[in-house]
Design a protein around this ligand. Sequence first.
Ligand SMILES: Cc1cc2nc3c(=O)[nH]c(=O)nc-3n(C[C@H](O)[C@H](O)[C@H](O)COP(=O)(O)OP(=O)(O)OC[C@H]3O[C@@H](n4cnc5c(N)ncnc54)[C@H](O)[C@@H]3O)c2cc1C
Length: 389
Amino acid sequence: MDMSSRDVVIVGGGISGAAAAYELARAGASVTLVEKGALASMASGWTLAGVRQSGRHPAELPLATAAVRRWEHLADELDSDVGYRQEGNLRLARTADEVPAIANLVRGQRVQGLDVTFLDGNRAVRAVAPALAETIVAASYCPSDGHADPVATVRAFAAAARRHGADIRTDTKVTGLDVAGGRVRGVQTAAGAIAADAVVIAAGVHSDELCTLVDLDLPITIRLTGVVQTTPVPPLLRQVLGVANADFAGRQQVDGRLRMSGPIGEWRWPNSDRELGAEDALPSAQSVAAILTRGIAVLPALAQAGVARVWAGLIDMTPDGLPVIERAPEIDGLVIAAGFSGHGFCLGPVTGRIVCELIAHGRSSLPIEAFRRARFTGVEGTAKAELLG
Ligand SMILES: Cc1cc2nc3c(=O)[nH]c(=O)nc-3n(C[C@H](O)[C@H](O)[C@H](O)COP(=O)(O)OP(=O)(O)OC[C@H]3O[C@@H](n4cnc5c(N)ncnc54)[C@H](O)[C@@H]3O)c2cc1C
């Protein structure tokens, strides 16, 4: 696609925005990515960074599968180590009561064509992951799932975008969108205006406020989950772990640290200007305790690890837990990629491609009808947030 006459501004330097910058820049567009903090300073840094197809909603599965195909070659494509390991995802049944949920998941996803198997009994589970507890009853196993280093991935996309000529501006906040005659004309930033004939809102939990600036409704409710990271420990676990009721997820990073998340709670902006202070989003002691207790129960060797860091991740939940990826029908040239509801990291490489296609041709080669914002008209409430790793 020849995009050489297009000026595009992308708001947000998480994986969605950085991947879009890369795709658009290499297609020839003149790209400016504007990030209010550092690259990957919000969800794309807080994330567990599982790259999974298993457990996906049927509408997201084609995107996740296409994303995994990209992840397999992403390091070569971006010429950078993104820490990707395709070593599988295990969703555990910790009790007999949890077995039907896992068995159903396997059945349903096999029908959708995913290579996922049911590991029946502790011996079968521990043949795949020997460090798991002897109490685990069963698991689903999707060998083509995996995980990656989220900050390295975002930086790799941004660096590759730069090599294709993109201008990546960090520490620059977008404060307004310029719209005239039904068309987007650019953005206002704290450092001045930037003209553009296409603007991408990929601003995570801030996307709804940017939409509000141009009278568009993007229903996002924020949820908070704690994350615990340990000191490096010897190799214990290659797969990403989830559990049947999604109250725990975890993985071992390439550097040996375990990174785990747990219960999801409500959270509100502490002030109307939505600036986050250092102590405005923290996990409660109870949620950290729950992560550690549940983690040790499934991976007993975790008890010996040091706790190196805890932090909170904010999640941009939509009413149905699926993202919005669309060309806004109300404003020519405005594309929205937001509301990933706790599972947008894996999708990043295809989100970027879809955004590029929407700007270049007005349509996507992957099915995205389920992700139109119009589906929320008259809808209230929020889906239950689930982090599945
Ligand atoms: C604890 C946790 C675990 C998760 N686990 C997984 C997982 O295992 N697998 C998975 O696929 N997904 C997971 N997710 C979800 C995934 O991390 C996110 O969906 C994904 O990172 C979203 O990327 P994004 O680029 O859309 O948003 P973000 O990474 O939030 O990026 C948005 C960026 O926009 C910037 N921005 C906002 N407003 C402005 C403005 N006005 N001007 C300029 N810049 C602005 C922000 O600073 C931010 O950097 C998890 C999320 C959390 C929190």
